[in-house]
Design a protein around this ligand. Structure first.
Ligand code: FAD
Length: 387
C-alpha cells in the first residue's frame, strides 16, 4: 500500500493548480451573476483537460481517471464554476456516451464538440414524480420507423440553458429504462427558462412533445450501464466537494495567522486550533475515500459501495468545513465581501444532486448485507385460496 501520489499524478495536480491560479483565479467568484464561463471552457480545452479521461479511440485523452479527478479538484479549489466544466466534459453524461453509445460517428461528434469547449451536455434524468425513485420515470420512447418518439417531462436538468446535447432517461416499450441523446432544436423539444439553485447554478425544465430521435441516438438500453456511469459521476461530485472545502480551508489557514483578538492571533486560541485539526482531518478522510473509489475503478466504472462512501463523506465534510470556515471569519465570513458564504452555499447541493445522502446510505447498507433492499411498499400477500 502506498498513499502517495505518483510523480505523474503529482505533476497533473500541480499543473491544474497553476493553470487555475494563473487563468481562473481573478474572476473566480464572479460567474454567479454572469453567463456560463465559456472563455474558461476554451482555456481548459486548449490545455487538454476536457475529455482527458475519455477513451482515446473516441477522441478523448485516454488518461487515468485519477488524473482527471486530481485536476478537477485543483481547478474547483480555485474556481468552482470552472470545476463544473471539467466534470461535464469528463465525468457526467458524456461518459455514458463514451462507454455505451453504439454509433461511433455520432459518439465521436458529441465527444469532439464537448471537449472543444464550445458545447456542453446536460443530464435529463429527474422528473416531477421520479426523484430518488428514478425507476418511476414516465418519459417514454416508442418505436416509429427508424427511430423513437420521446414524450415526457424532466426537471432539474443542469446548465440546460447553455447545453447543446442532452442525455434523456426514458422507458422503452419493453419496460426497460435506458437513455437517448437529444439535440437542442429538435422538433417538439422545449427547454424552459433557466432557474437558479441557491449556489447560483442553473437548471431548466424540459418537455418532449413527441420528439423523434433516430435509432443511432440511443445511448443505452441497459439501466445497469447508466447506473455504472452514475457511480463515476458521484466520484466527480465528491471530488468537487473536496475542492470547495480546500478553498475554504486555504483561506482559514491564512486568516487565523493574520486576525488578532484579545491581543493574540486567532490560531493561538486552543478552540481555534481544534477546529483547524478537525476540518483538516475530515478533508483528508473524504479526499482519500474519493481517491480510493477512483483508483480502484481504473478506467472503467467505480464500485457502488466505494463511490457511495466517498460521496457521503465528501458531501457531509464540505458542509462542515465551509460552515466552520465561515464561523472563523466571523461577520466577514457571513458577508458578501468574501467568498466564504458562496463556498458554504455551493457545498450544500451536492448532498442532494447525484443521489441523496439517504439513498447513498441505503446503497452502502445493501452492499454490506449483500442484498437488494427494496424501498417500495410490500405487496399485500395473497391468502390461501385467493385468486
Ligand atoms: C445541485 C443539484 C444538481 C442536480 N443536477 C441534476 C441534473 O443535472 N439532472 C437531473 O436530472 N437531476 C438533477 N438534480 C436532481 C437530483 O437528481 C434529485 O434532486 C435527487 O435525485 C433527489 O430527488 P428529489 O429532489 O425529487 O427528492 P425526493 O426523491 O423527493 O426525496 C426527498 C427526501 O426524501 C428522502 N428519501 C427519498 N426516498 C427515500 C428512501 N427510500 N429512504 C430514505 N430517504 C428517502 C431523500 O433523500 C430526500 O431527502 C440535481 C439536484 C441538485 C440539488
Amino acid at each position: 500500500m502506498d498513499f502517495r501520489l505518483s510523480p505523474e499524478e503529482e505533476a497533473m495536480s500541480q499543473f491544474a493548480y497553476e493553470l487555475a491560479t494563473g487563468k481562473f483565479a481573478a474572476n473566480a467568484f464572479t460567474w454567479e451573476e454572469k453567463e456560463y464561463p465559456w472563455e474558461n471552457a476554451r482555456i481548459l480545452a486548449e490545455h487538454g483537460l476536457l475529455g482527458m479521461v475519455l477513451s482515446e479511440e473516441n477522441g478523448g485523452g485516454g488518461r487515468p481517471m485519477i488524473e482527471g479527478i486530481l485536476a478537477m479538484e485543483q481547478i474547483t479549489r480555485i474556481c468552482p464554476h470552472t470545476g463544473d466544466i471539467v466534470q461535464a466534459a469528463n465525468f457526467g453524461p458524456i461518459r455514458s456516451v463514451d462507454l455505451s453509445m453504439e454509433d461511433k460517428k455520432l459518439k465521436r461528434e458529441v465527444i469532439e464538440a464537448v471537449i472543444s469547449g464550445e458545447h456542453t451536455i446536460s443530464q435529463a434524468m429527474t422528473e416531477p414524480e421520479a426523484g430518488s425513485a428514478v425507476t418511476d420515470l414516465r418519459t417514454t420512447a416508442v418505436e416509429k420507423g427508424d427511430g423513437f418518439v420521446i414524450r415526457g417531462r424532466k426537471v432539474f436538468s443542469g446548465h440546460a440553458d447553455v447545453s447543446t446535447y442532452f442525455q434523456v432517461y426514458c422507458r422503452f416499450e419493453d419496460g426497460k429504462i435506458g437513455s437517448v441523446l437529444m439535440k437542442r432544436g429538435m422538433d417538439g423539444f422545449n427547454i424552459g427558462l433557466p432557474q437558479k439553485y441557491m449556489s447560483g447554478a442553473h437548471y431548466c425544465e424540459l418537455t418532449f412533445d413527441d420528439v423523434f430521435v433516430p435509432k443511432n441516438h440511443v445511448i443505452t438500453h441497459d439501466f445497469r450501464k447508466l447506473m455504472g456511469a452514475m457511480n463515476v459521476e458521484r466520484c466527480g461530485n465528491a471530488s468537487r466537494c473536496v475542492g470547495v472545502a480546500q478553498a475554504a480551508f486555504d483561506r482559514v489557514l491564512q486568516y487565523v495567522q493574520e486576525r488578532k483578538q484579545f491581543g493574540r492571533y486567532l490560531y493561538e486560541f486552543q478552540g481555534i486550533q481544534w477546529k483547524l485539526a478537525d476540518m483538516y482531518r475530515r478533508l483528508e478522510a473524504a479526499r482519500w475515500l474519493v481517491y480510493r473509489a477512483v483508483v480502484n475503478a481504473g478506467m472503467g466504472v467505480s464500485a457502488p459501495m466505494e463511490s457511495s462512501l466517498a460521496k457521503i463523506e465528501a458531501n457531509e465534510m464540505v458542509q462542515y468545513v465551509t460552515n466552520e470556515a465561515l464561523q472563523i471569519f466571523g461577520a466577514y465570513g457571513y458577508s458578501k465581501e468574501l467568498p466564504l458564504e458562496y463556498l458554504y452555499r455551493r457545498g450544500r447541493g451536492w448532498a442532494i444532486g447525484g443521489g441523496t445522502l439517504e439513498m447513498q446510505r441505503t446503497r452502502v447498507a445493501a452492499s454490506l448485507l449483500g442484498k437488494k433492499i427494496s424501498q417500495r411498499p410490500e405487496k399485500p400477500r395473497r391468502q390461501q385460496g385467493e385468486e
